[in-house]
Design a protein around this ligand. Structure first.
Ligand code: ATP
Ligand code: MG
Length: 421
């Protein structure tokens, strides 16, 4: 019986995985440049971590989490992480990182889980590269995070990434905006979708995030949050924008962008691409000054983002597919004595860092040469029992098609010098 993968969960096979590695390596490099350290957090957390930090009326918490009973603790629930920020902040508070050094610039990379309708660019297990800066409330770090993303897109060749920027205000000014918006929405309540009507009173900002055409139409002329910002939020936001102008990062203001999660405040942003169809968001994030305290830590501000690796790789696929990287050297042997000579030699070469392949089943010379071609080998080491008797092997360069005879004792040196060149 054939067992298949779960709907919305997929394999990343060789041929595809090379693009992933390219993206991940580019990310690690950029993070190092900006002085971020990697953090690895668990994939399963207590459910309350997410309901408390993301907010009870968010799509993720209401309907998208993979939650199950904890067999070890009666009545308590566990959840496969739907995002990374909550776990990173929990770790920061739990290990009291703030006691030794309150400013932490952290990044992570790995799978996330949301029970959404699977479609192009939307998976149930998907992967994010994310970063969180804890302990800095100044606008310079908001700009730094945006510059990091901008540099990352340039480095990976993603030219279509466009930045949308907003400010969600703070606990001083947002409640006033909330009232303004609520008054506006109440007048149009009947024309909103059932979901928006249901959670409008508790969370009116969420209506601006609704993708229903009717709700988009009804809220076209909703009051802008940017008109309600208090002086200090306005100043903060102006500095962020000034820094982006100074560093030539293009952006558009989008006062409707409220982001899906409750923890955001002040600077929020989304990078989208017009080459992704309807799942156009590549990366998103913002400031969350209340979250550390909400999760039991001191009043320490934070700002971060997450980007979807699947969507990044979709953008890179459409550009070019890298040539598959095969073993650098392929070993062709004819006769079992030749194989028994070659096997330990191959092992020693691998220990010295040479990428080299050898197989164990008897096959014809011709079929082994075909295999070397298929694997894209740059060179082939050929040993037969005859050569062995004469104390030599053949080395064939696959690009120039030149073949030379080398003494068995010189094989390792010759191959290692190819590696160096
Ligand atoms: P969307 O509007 O596409 O649902 P989101 O606002 O839910 O995105 P975030 O929670 O901000 O997304 O996650 C950051 C990034 O992770 C997104 O910009 C996207 O690239 C990626 N992402 C989110 N959900 C999925 C998913 N189900 N499958 C693949 N990638 C995803
Ligand atoms: Mg979503």
């Amino acid at each position: 019986m054939k067992v298949t993968a779960i709907k919305g969960f997929s394999d990343i096979l060789p041929g595809e995985v090379e693009i992933w590695q390219r993206v991940e390596n580019a990310a690690r490099k950029i993070f190092a440049t900006y002085n971020f350290a990697e953090i690895r957090i668990p994939i399963v957390e207590k459910t309350e971590l997410f309901s408390r930090s993301l907010g009870e009326t968010t799509d993720i918490v209401e309907k998208e989490m993979y939650t199950f009973a904890d067999q070890d603790a009666k009545g308590s629930l566990l959840t496969l992480r739907p995002e990374g920020t909550a776990g990173v902040v929990r770790a920061y508070v739990e290990s009291e990182l703030f006691k030794t050094e309150p400013v932490q610039k952290l990044y992570y990379l790995g799978p996330m889980f949301r029970r959404e309708r699977p479609q192009k660019g939307r998976m149930r297990q998907f992967h994010q590269i994310g970063a969180e800066v804890l302990g800095r409330g100044d606008p310079f770090i908001d700009a730094e995070v945006l510059l990091l993303l901008n540099d990352f897109f340039s480095a990976t060749g993603i030219e279509s990434a466009a930045l949308q920027l907003n400010s969600l205000g703070c606990s001083d000014c947002r409640p006033k905006y909330r009232q303004l918006l609520l008054a506006f929405l109440r007048e149009r309540e009947q024309a909103l979708c059932a979901n928006c009507r249901r959670r409008m009173e508790r969370n009116p900002l969420r209506v601006l995030d609704c993708k229903e055409p009717g709700c988009i139409e009804q809220t076209k002329n909703a009051p802008s949050i940017l008109d309600s910002l208090c002086d200090s939020c306005r100043q903060h936001f102006e500095i962020v924008q000034r820094l982006l102008r100074q560093t030539a990062v293009r952006y558009d203001l989008n006062p409707r962008m409220v982001r899906g999660l409750d923890y955001y405040c002040r600077t929020t942003f989304e990078w989208t691409s017009n080459q992704l169809g309807s799942q156009s968001a590549i990366a998103a994030g913002g400031r969350y000054d209340g979250l550390v305290q909400e999760l039991g830590g001191p009043a320490i501000p934070g700002v971060g983002f997450a980007m979807g690796i699947e969507r990044l790789t979709m953008l890179l696929h459409s550009k070019r597919s890298p040539a598959p990287v095969g073993p650098v050297v392929y070993t062709v042997w004819v006769g079992e004595n030749a194989r028994d000579w070659a096997f330990p030699v191959v092992h020693r070469l691998r220990q010295k860092g040479l990428s080299i392949e050898i197989e164990g089943e008897v096959r014809s010379l011709k079929s082994q040469m075909r295999r070397a071609d298929k694997l894209n080998a740059s060179a082939v080491l050929i040993v037969g029992d005859n050569e062995l008797d004469r104390g030599v092997a053949l080395l064939r360069d696959m690009a120039s098609r030149e073949q030379s005879e080398i003494r068995l004792n010189d094989v390792e040196g010759a191959l290692l010098s190819r590696k160096a060149s």
